[in-house]
Write a protein that binds this ligand. Structure first.
Ligand code: GLU
Length: 530
């Protein structure tokens, strides 16, 4: 009969991760800066990078730049089952687009490389064996079916099965077998894994820069597999070995890795290696604040969750966001500079950033705020830059319009635009004459005498040589005054004729830009059609 963790409920409070932590104190985050700052972003190429991953990369980048350190990209691809073709290229392209390039990584080799774990696969076995030799790890021969059977047995009694001190003596491993038995089973070619021998009862004190001191009792932690039967290391072993070999000074990663910290601490101790500092970044939460932001939230509410498009999912780049805006809003998801500035360039972010201002609480994602950031960065762009941005939307067929014309349209509409494409959607009538007229507005403003008034206006316009906005304003206003009618009687139908509805920038600016011929044609059209 197997033993179960009878007292598991008594070990501190349950965390979101199903393991128990003791928050001992929330002391000020004090840590010593090592001489050389080396940080890494270590994604697994299992798909596109979620913006949470981009934020992790960004914080690593900012921290490295701030401390004249090195930012490394390490591809953690030891799990061949989860490998997705194209994901690594995607990650690299996304970092490039964001303007946060890595200093060392695939394609940027140094003495610390290679930077793909699959290319380092030969390295890890030796480290796993070292731990077996020193008694910190052991071989386990249980087949998945056997483990499943044990698990069922334990669960049928309403308990949870954990492969650790409580059960390991009853399972098939080098701790429960004699040495000759172990040698024989290995010699027979039976597949095995190497598991970490988690101490039975040990209080481990962890320090996280964001969360302060954390204390964990190892009693409820399991004997994690370090080395798999396929000859590949698991995440835990490869990650710790590489952080050591690559001389990583600070591990900055998502909060979902906090449950692994106790194991990682013990691995460093088992190897006798100096530990890096750790900082676990808060989760990015749904717009409602309830739970982790997911791909589905983006689909439901219509905002991107990926930096670049991936399959059916649109990326920030393709949705018309500027990388500066994305970087800026990501920086603020879990951090702030401690003053009321919100618009910070990458350079300013580097200057202001530090880990001691990273928040503990999850950061609620606000899609409107991302637009607000983009709006701000759009306003900083010159008109000619915006012409280029707009022309990137080749589907609009803007090639027949001159840059000078586009610049003028942009000048009139820019202030209200969040995206370059807004210039098109809000100023559609600059490029295509209205076909339909807002019905409600037409009913209200196109009166019985409007046709005649528009005819008179056409006569007036026909006599004008100069079609500049101030001239138009002068002449038209003088004519209206002279007729002794209200401005609205002319201006509203005129706007309807030119724009199709009662919106848009100054009417005389619109007329100047459309030019005499086009303005006249539109008025004639409206007279015919309304
Ligand atoms: N490969 C892990 C991931 O996909 C890395 C976690 C870490 O930074 O330690 O996020």
């Amino acid at each position: 009969m197997l033993k179960q963790p009878r007292n598991s409920h008594k070990f501190g409070c349950s965390s979101a991760f199903g393991f128990r932590i003791y928050l001992v104190s929330l002391e000020p985050n004090t840590f010593q800066m090592p001489e050389k700052v080396r940080v890494r972003f270590a994604p697994s190429p299992t798909g596109p990078l979620h913006i949470g991953g981009v934020r992790t990369a960004l914080y690593n980048y900012l921290f490295a730049r701030k401390h004249n350190g090195t930012f490394i990209l390490r591809i953690e691809d030891t799990d061949q089952n989860r490998f997705v073709a194209g994901a690594e290229d995607y990650i690299i392209e996304a970092l490039q687009w964001c303007g946060i390039p890595f200093d060392e990584g695939p394609g940027k080799e140094t003495k610390f490389g290679p930077f793909r774990q699959s290319e380092r696969a030969h390295l890890y076995g030796k480290y796993a064996e070292m731990l077996v030799d020193s008694g910190k790890a052991y071989y386990a021969f249980d087949t998945p079916e056997e483990l499943q059977k044990y698990r069922k047995e334990v669960e049928s009694q309403g308990n949870t099965f954990i492969y650790n001190w409580e059960n390991r003596a009853l399972l098939k491993n080098s701790l429960s077998m004699t040495e000759p038995q172990v040698s024989a089973i290995i010699a027979s070619g039976t597949p095995y894994v190497i598991r970490f021998k988690m101490p039975e009862h040990k209080r481990v004190e962890l320090f996280d820069i964001v969360r302060g001191q954390i204390e964990i009792d190892t009693a409820t932690l399991d004997d994690k597999i370090l080395f798999k039967s396929d000859g590949m290391p698991t995440y835990h072993l490869a990650n710790v070995v590489d952080d050591h070999l690559m001389e990583i000074s600070h591990v900055i990663r998502g909060e979902e890795w906090l449950p692994s910290l106790a194991l990682h601490y013990q691995l460093y101790d088992a190897f006798g290696w100096t530990k890096p500092e750790f900082a676990h970044l808060p989760l990015i939460l749904k717009p409602t604040g309830n739970g982790k932001l997911s791909k589905r939230d983006g689909e439901k509410l219509g905002f991107p969750v990926f930096p670049l498009s991936w399959e059916q999912s649109i990326g920030y780049r393709e949705a018309g966001y500027y990388p500066e805006a994305v970087v800026n809003f990501l920086a603020f998801l879990g951090w702030n500079p401690g003053d009321d500035r919100e618009i910070l360039s990458l350079k300013e972010l580097v200057e202001s950033f530090d880990l001691d201002r990273v928040h503990k609480a999850g950061a609620r994602f606000d899609p409107d705020k991302t637009k607000w950031y983009n709006h701000n960065y759009l306003q900083q762009r010159s008109d000619i830059e915006l012409v280029q941005d707009l022309k990137k939307h080749t589907e609009l067929g803007l090639d027949s319009f001159s840059d000078a014309f586009l610049e003028q349209v942009i000048r009139l509409l820019k202030e209200r635009a969040d995206f370059a494409l807004d210039i098109w959607t809000q100023g559609h009538y600059f490029f295509v004459p209205p076909v339909n007229y807002n019905e409600k507005a037409a009913k209200k403003h196109w009166k019985d005498d409007t046709d005649a008034l528009m005819g008179e206006l056409l006569d007036l316009l026909g006599g004008l040589e100069d079609f500049a906005a101030p001239v138009l304003e002068n002449k038209i206003k003088a004519w209206i005054e002279q007729k002794g009618i209200g401005f609205g009687k002319i201006m509203a139908p005129l706007r309807l004729a030119l724009v199709g509805e009662l919106k848009g920038p100054g009417l005389f600016d619109i007329m100047e830009l459309l030019g005499k011929q086009e303005s006249e044609a539109r008025i004639e059209n409206a007279v015919r059609r309304i």
